[in-house]
Design a protein around this ligand. Structure first.
Ligand code: ATP
Length: 236
């Protein structure tokens, strides 16, 4: 078992000294956990990766800032790893739901500042929320919904659910809005939707002005209620 002092020996000192840098701990190096750790590492963050399986630890030993072997259901092991020093702890133990729940519970009990945990179905989501996980993600469900949305709609190109009521969607600008300015389209007042960006050929117009005129072929990135987005989709 490695101790907390070990955790702070590695890494780029410049990265560590930046106050806005967030440190992440990922528990469970299955597909979801390891891919998340890879993505965060690529973005330049420090990542502590934990898995109880030594083979997994060895497999990723050179990929992340620190890779350690520990059983995350053990409160003392979590404390020894200095887990409370991490801004975000992700519990990505998929298969073994009991270990997932126990780990989340232990993290909550010892006061981890922000816990993200993974669930496979609605009941697990409910349970983990009750325990006090700050965010519960359901990778299979979220991805399935995203792809389904994309396949079912001719205008929606991409979709991110912000909450059960609100989403961000990339949508082909309906013909009814072409050659109109954003103000003339009245999209905010009529549908409660904000256009956060417009993709036009290779350009990305961020926070477009109300005077921006929509063109044929434009793709709008919008944020709003699912009801508003559905109404927008129905426009031709
Ligand atoms: P996917 O590969 O789709 O992400 P998954 O999340 O179900 O699937 P698993 O194969 O369950 O992935 O992997 C979870 C990882 O969590 C495994 O590497 C396993 O060794 C690890 N793990 C399981 N229990 C614990 C525990 N108590 N403490 C730390 N790691 C654990």
């Amino acid at each position: 078992m490695y101790t907390a002092s070990f955790l702070y020996m590695g890494g780029d000192p410049d990265v560590k000294n930046k106050r806005d840098v967030r440190q992440f701990a990922i528990i469970g190096l299955g597909r979801f956990g390891s891919n998340m750790a890879k993505a965060l590492t690529k973005m330049g963050y420090e990542v502590l990766a934990i898995d109880k399986n030594m083979e997994r630890v060895q497999e990723f030993s050179n990929e992340f800032t620190h890779v350690v072997q520990a059983d995350a259901t053990d409160e003392n092991a979590l404390r020894e790893l200095g887990i409370l020093n991490f801004d975000v702890v992700v519990v990505a133990i998929g298969e073994d739901m009991q270990a997932n729940v126990l780990t989340t519970l232990q993290l909550k009990e010892i006061g981890a500042p922000y816990i993200v945990t993974t669930a496979r179905d609605a009941l697990q989501i409910k349970l983990l929320e009750k325990i006090g996980a700050d965010r519960v993600v359901s990778p299979e469900r979220d991805m399935a919904r995203r792809v389904a949305y994309n396949l079912a709609s001719t205008s929606v190109m991409d979709y991110i659910e912000l909450s059960p009521q609100f989403s961000i969607v990339e949508i082909a600008v309906p013909a009814a809005f072409q050659d109109k300015t954003l103000m003339e389209s009245d999209i905010r007042a009529k549908y409660g939707i904000n256009v956060v960006a417009i993709k036009r050929h290779d350009d990305l117009i961020i926070s477009p002005r109300p005077t921006e005129r929509l063109q044929k072929g434009d793709v709008a990135i919008v944020v709003g209620s699912n009801d508003g987005i559905n109404s927008l989709e129905e426009l031709k």
